[in-house]
Design a protein around this ligand. Structure first.
Ligand code: KIV
Ligand code: ZN
Length: 506
């Protein structure tokens, strides 16, 4: 049986999902969980793109030793230098250089001739190789490239020292047989390619990313690039849990497997979803809430007789734990920190103390504190760590015969900023006031949602907001048993991400 490597790009391509910005602590928590999940490689970021990415790749290189850590770079000397520096503490570093090879990218994006592109690939790959023992090369938009030219580009990268050749379906344009035939064509026509590792990287624009990846494995690819919950640019990347479980459940047909510890899948999915602020669709394969639910009477009857009538895998295989242990106000620090570890969080003592205090506050207001509540508490703590503004106090006045008015004080370091502003309702007034404090005149609220984290009248309310400005889109999240407080927390969280991006871009 062939071993298929899994490269997880949640932290690089996954972070290109509109609105998703992981903080440094989110990234290191996710990387440690990916290590437990058993991925072969983590693509931790694109160090030349921002200081945040550089810091994340450096931190993950220091902290993750169980798999290789990869960093993205264009075929530009300064990008490659930056990637090499960020990876300097990694035990198995990989520099991933890319250059587009399709006519449309060459002409309109790169404004390069095909010959210039080959020269760039040669220089980029050989320079990367001089700094790092393993180099991956990707001909971006490979699936819309001329096949003969693609062969020349891949050969050029191999001659310059590339160890891994990745074939990206950058715009999710391919269909399975076509994509597999491209891999076979390259294997037949590029001398030396058989001795290299062949990686596949599929986007999901036509909903075919997983099918394309698995079919390509049948054609000879030995590594799949994917992201947890399938997040990523536009319609996302191939979903890690789907490619892994497809190969595991259909081992009989695929004759290959990965080293993924499948019992860690659900935990990883929930962690990424909660840090990304993106809910997993209820009907999402493998990790959606309905993936193992049976609605019709006929199905339920079949399940009672034999679970395999309607289930091709067991929920326990992906780590779905039926006995959800519920903590409450009498639970101690020990039980709480054990639960944190079970959920996959590796907080330091300060983090455990801070979140435990918050847990206690909530446990005094709620009968039972569930796993979802704990995820929300950790999330809020990690979000807050890198924020510029903290809520100091707020007061809101609103009523049916008056304009709502908010008075908000935010702390930033040792300073406290206070403003007031009117609004169409209490939440609008609070958001307008925060905009005044942060000088966020060009920030627009794109969406606002409120849902209960768990059931019951004492449930925590979770608010998610999405704001946008010239600096991009940012999501924010806040939880509280008071919905106005949850809304203000969510908005401050989004404003903090906007402030960070503004600081990086200005
Ligand atoms: O989709 C793509 O082409 C990429 C490359 C950088 C590999 O993400
Ligand atoms: Zn991609």
């Amino acid at each position: 049986m062939r071993h298929i490597e899994i490269l997880d790009t949640t932290l690089r391509d996954g972070e290109q999902t509109p609105g998703v910005r992981f903080s440094l602590s989110h990234k290191t928590e996710i990387a440690k969980q990916l290590e437990r999940l058993g991925v072969d490689a983590i693509e931790a970021g694109f160090p030349a793109s921002s200081k945040g990415d550089f810091d994340a790749v450096s931190a993950i290189s220091r902290e993750v030793k169980g798999c290789s850590v990869q960093a993205l770079a264009r075929c530009i000397k300064s990008d490659i230098d930056c990637a090499a520096e960020a990876l300097s503490d990694a035990c198995d570093p990989v520099i991933h250089v890319f250059l587009a090879t399709s006519p449309i990218h060459l002409e309109y994006k790169l404004k390069m001739t095909p010959e210039d592109a080959l020269e760039n690939i040669k220089e980029g790959v050989s320079y990367a190789k001089s700094l790092c023992r393993t180099v991956q090369f990707s001909p971006e938009d490979a699936t819309r490239s001329d096949r003969e030219f693609l062969c020349r580009a891949v050969k050029c990268a191999i001659d310059a020292g590339a160890d891994i050749i990745n074939i990206p379906d950058t715009v999710g344009y391919s269909v399975p047989e076509e994509y597999a035939s491209l891999v076979s064509y390259l294997l037949e026509n590029v001398e030396g390619l058989r001795e290299k590792r062949i990686s596949v990287h599929c986007h999901n624009d036509l909903g075919l990313a997983v099918a394309n990846s698995i079919t390509a494995v049948g054609a000879g690819a030995s590594r799949i690039e994917c992201a947890v919950n399938g997040i990523g640019e536009r319609a996302g990347n191939a979903s890690l849990e789907e490619v892994v479980m497809a190969m595991r459940v259909r081992r009989d047909f695929c004759d290959c497997d990965t080293g993924i510890v499948s019992k860690e899948i659900l935990r990883t999915s929930r962690m990424v979803s909660s840090f990304a602020g993106y809910d997993v669709a209820l009907n999402k394969a493998i990790v959606g809430q309905n993936a193992f639910s049976h609605e019709s009477g006929i199905h339920q009857h079949g399940m009672m007789e034999h679970r395999n009538t309607y289930e091709i895998m067991n929920p326990e295989d992906i780590g779905a734990d039926k006995s959800t242990l519920v903590l409450g106000k009498l639970s101690g620090r020990h039980a709480y920190s054990e639960r944190l570890a079970t959920l996959g969080y590796a907080l330091d003592t300060k983090g455990v103390d801070a979140t435990f205090n918050r847990f206690k506050e909530i446990a005094n207001k709620k009968v039972a504190v569930t796993d979802s509540d704990i995820r929300a508490i950790v999330n809020e703590y990690l979000d807050g760590l890198e924020g510029k503004y903290w809520i100091d106090t707020f007061q809101i006045q609103s009523g049916n015969h008056m304009k709502a008015m908010a008075l908000v004080s935010l702390r930033a370091g040792d300073e406290v900023f206070t403003e007031s502003a009117p609004g169409e309702g209490p939440i609008d007034a609070a958001f307008n006031t925060i905009n005044r404090i942060a000088h966020a005149d060009d920030v627009h609220l794109e969406s606002y949602s409120l849902k209960a984290v768990t059931e019951g009248a004492d449930a925590l309310g979770e608010v998610k907001v999405k704001i946008s400005s010239d600096h991009g889109a940012f999501t924010g999240r806040g939880v509280s048993t008071d919905v106005i407080k949850a809304s203000i927390k969510a908005y401050v969280n989004a404003i903090n991400k906007w402030t960070r991006a503004k600081g990086t871009n200005d």
